[in-house]
Structures are given as structure tokens and as C-alpha cells.
Design a protein around this ligand. Structure first.
Ligand code: NI
Length: 163
């Protein structure tokens, strides 16, 4: 089921998410809704907080990489900063080029059954991991921009919302 997206400046995006403790049908239903919502919005990643659920869950589907379900994810940065144009389904209509993500991470998470999951991600997929882990902590990619660039982007965003 496609769920409504929570968009900036909704304060729910700023609340940290709780770790998942129960790996039950309600978690499976949540993940199914998140995948439907991500696909409907043509996104490459979505965190549960973006549909108003404060649990540490993210889904990602980047290019030819497999669909990933990340429960309670963490990562170690292994790579170097890369330049990237970043956007977010919670700030529709704007994107910004920046050098705030590293190009290689090791991810540790759990799968839908609570089994440990570990993999390495590179490039855009690595950036997506960092972006979704930010959401889980109540952060947005605009927080990493300089104040001047953030204000400029938010002016464009607000202008787009009024249209
Ligand atoms: Ni996002």
C-alpha cells in the first residue's frame, strides 16, 4: 500500500527512530508499504520515518543493485569523500551537488527475520546508505550543506511548494 510521504519542514522528520525489537508480520507489512511508496515516488531509498513510522528501517534499490531491506542499520565509512547530486523524497523538486558522502561503506544491519546482514556498498549505493542512516537519526542531507547553500536550496524548495 502506498503511504503519504512526510515532507520537510514536518517536525516528525527530526525525531530519531527506535531500534526494531520484534520481527513480526507488522514489520513485514511496514516494509511492503515502504517498497510500494518508494517505487511509486521513483525513489532509490526510503526510511520508515518518511512515512511517519519511527522505527530503524530503510529500503533501498539503487541501479542494478538488489532491493535491500535494512533493519537497525549502521555503517563504517571506508572510502573517500565524493561529489554527488543528492535529493530526497521528503524534499521533492530540489537537488544539490555536494561532497558530503564517502564512496565506500561497510553496512551492518538485520534482515526481516532478525538475522545479521553485512555487505559493502560503493558509489551511489554507499551514499544512499549514509542518507537513510541520517533519516533514522532525524537528519536530512541539507544539514550537511553550508548555511548559504542550504538557504538557497530551501528558497527554491519553498517556491516550488507554492506553485
Ligand atoms: Ni531522503
Amino acid at each position: 500500500m502506498i503511504r503519504p510521504l512526510v515532507t520537510h519542514p514536518d517536525s516528525r522528520l527530526r525525531l530519531p527512530s527506535r531500534p526494531v525489537a520484534r520481527f513480526d508480520q507488522s514489520l513485514r507489512d511496514l516494509v511492503a508499504d515502504m517498497v510500494d511508496t518508494m517505487h511509486d515516488a521513483d525513489g532509490i531509498g526510503l526510511a520508515a520515518v518518511q512515512i511517519g513510522v519511527h522505527l530503524q528501517v530503510a529500503v533501498m534499490e539503487v541501479g542494478d543493485r538488489p532491493l535491500r531491506v535494512l533493519v537497525n542499520p549502521q555503517y563504517d565509512a571506508l572510502g573517500e569523500p565524493m561529489t554527488l547530486e543528492e535529493g530526497c523524497l521528503s524534499l521533492p523538486g530540489v537537488r544539490e551537488r555536494s561532497k558530503t558522502r564517502v564512496d565506500w561503506v561497510r553496512v551492518r544491519a538485520m534482515d526481516l527475520d532478525g538475522n545479521p546482514l553485512e555487505f559493502e556498498a560503493e558509489g551511489l549505493e554507499a551514499a544512499c546508505v549514509q542518507h537513510e542512516c541520517d533519516h533514522i537519526r532525524g537528519r536530512l542531507y541539507i544539514d550537511h550543506l553550508s548555511a548559504v547553500r542550504r538557504q538557497r536550496l530551501l528558497r527554491r524548495y519553498e517556491a516550488g511548494r507554492r506553485r
